[in-house]
Write a protein that binds this ligand. Structure first.
Ligand code: 5AD
Ligand code: SF4
Length: 441
């Protein structure tokens, strides 16, 4: 298939999908293809999809349907659906989207170049066999920016949360070897990348033949030239004193935890099969904050899960008030076929679910704004990312606790540097800082 020279990837979903798209880009470039700047120019279009909520799938279907026009204009165009929805819907995707050529699930990306460039797979194919995370090829993902690189350290999920499609589409947990992880990080650091975000569906259950998450973090903390380490998303069940100790000890590990709580009601947490209680969650956060006073804490919350009573919902509101998250991703429960909760009849209408979600968002928005304001007057170190979108004369950066800060630009300040700033004001939820000194050179 010599008329295939370039590819374009569009990505839905979480950071793992962003990472996988970069991994695919690196594989395809390795096979001699060039990454196109837009879909119109490409010979191959890949759509990396998400299945976590119904809305994510609907958006992917709509986007792919819209690609019929490209295929009319360019007969040799190859359209490939990858990611979680590819795994979830398999060859059924061809029923509605007849212009799609291939459907390839996350465990089969190692076969992508053969599928696209070999002779074996002419016609339509779906490759969705599961088992063995074949993405651990030792290949590094393509860098998509100069500040922060995502790196998968584990894949899959062994939990059985009743609402969640991830265990079925992403398979069993498998940790990647520390050597491969260090190699990929070192490669990024050698190119001047200051920050790494370690990824895993339950990142803190990392366990490579007894080498666990805390030990891995300590080792990564020693990589010279790496300035900041973040990770997402941990599971509360695997949060312990060792994690607190390692976050306290390791100066490059950021003071930020994104710890999905999902609900403040013990009855709902149990129904969700989350494996912890409200009290256990709160106690862990109290202990962590005792060691790291300036911790940034963010979370995920689902409202309107099956059986959620008004009292259960109020327990979520009271947890949000008690814990005071810096920010939260908040979702209305979306039943997913193939999950344990799917067979249970929903107890709330879409209108009731929507009303609860809005009430929760209003509460959290107030707290988020207060938490940002509380930082005025403090001194913080920020990692400069680049010019602010609103005003090119200003630079934007983030604190260790994951707050956005803008500072006046100056020729002494460069993206990728850590600088000390005094936080003087806030606009929207972005802090305004005055730079004090460049602290890493
Ligand atoms: N409905 C709504 N939200 C969900 N999430 C996962 N599954 C569902 C679902 N079926 C949310 C959880 C998770 C985040 C990635 O998406 O809050 O932490
Ligand atoms: Fe990521 Fe889960 Fe969505 Fe897959 S289903 S893209 S793992 S959030």
């Amino acid at each position: 298939m010599t008329n295939l020279h370039s590819f374009f990837i569009t990505t839905f979903g979480c950071q793992m999908n962003v990472y996988d798209s970069n991994l695919i880009a690196s594989m395809l470039e390795g096979a001699g293809l060039a990454q196109a700047a837009n879909a119109e120019e490409a010979d191959i279009i890949l759509i990396n999809t998400c299945s976590v909520r119904g809305g994510a799938e609907d958006r992917a279907y709509a986007r792919i349907a819209g690609m019929r026009q490209y295929k009319k204009k360019k007969k040799h165009l190859v359209i490939v659906v990858v990611g979680c929805m590819a795994q979830n819907h398999k060859e059924h995707i061809f029923d509605e989207l007849e212009h799609v050529n291939y459907v390839i699930g996350p465990d089969n990306y190692n076969r992508l170049t053969d599928v696209l460039l070999g002779d074996e797979y002419s016609g339509k194919h779906s490759l969705t066999e599961q088992g063995g995370h074949n993405n651990y090829t030792g290949q590094a993902a393509k860098l998509d920016n100069t500040i922060s690189v995502n790196i998968a350290i584990m894949r899959g999920c062994n939990k059985k949360c009743a609402y969640c499609i991830v265990p079925s589409v992403r398979g069993k947990e498998e940790s990647r070897s520390p050597e491969d992880i260090y190699k990929e990080i070192q490669g990024a650091v050698n190119q001047g990348i200051p920050e790494v975000v370690l990824l895993g569906q339950t990142v803190n259950s990392y366990n490579y033949h007894g080498h666990r998450f805390a030990a891995l973090l300590r080792d990564i903390n020693n990589i010279r030239g790496l300035k900041r380490i973040r990770f997402t998303s941990p599971h509360p069940k695997h949060c312990n004193d060792e994690l607190i100790q390692v976050m306290t000890d390791c100066s490059n590990v950021c003071n930020h935890l994104h710890l999905p709580v999902q609900s403040g009601s013990n009855a709902i947490l149990k129904k969700m099969r989350r494996l912890y209680t409200r009290e256990e969650y709160i106690t862990f956060i109290q202990n962590l904050r005792a060691s790291i006073p300036r911790l940034g804490l963010t979370t995920d919350i689902i409202t309107g899960f099956v059986g959620e009573s008004q009292k259960d919902f109020e327990d979520t509101l009271s947890l949000v008030q008690e814990v005071r998250f810096d920010s939260a991703f908040m979702f209305s429960y979306s039943p997913r076929e193939g999950t344990p909760a799917y067979s249970e009849k929903e107890t709330l209408s879409e209108i009731e679910k929507g009303a609860r979600l809005r009430q929760l968002i209003t509460l959290q928005n107030t707290i988020s704004a207060e938490k940002v304001r509380e930082m005025i007057g403090m001194q913080e170190t920020i990692l400069l990312e680049g010019p602010s979108r609103q005003n090119k004369e200003e630079l934007i950066g983030k604190t260790s606790c994951f707050k956005k800060v803008v500072v006046p630009g100056s020729k002494n300040l460069n993206p990728g540097e850590l600088i000390k700033v005094k936080l003087v004001d806030v606009k929207g939820n972005t802090l305004i800082g005055n730079s004090i000194i460049a602290s890493d050179n």
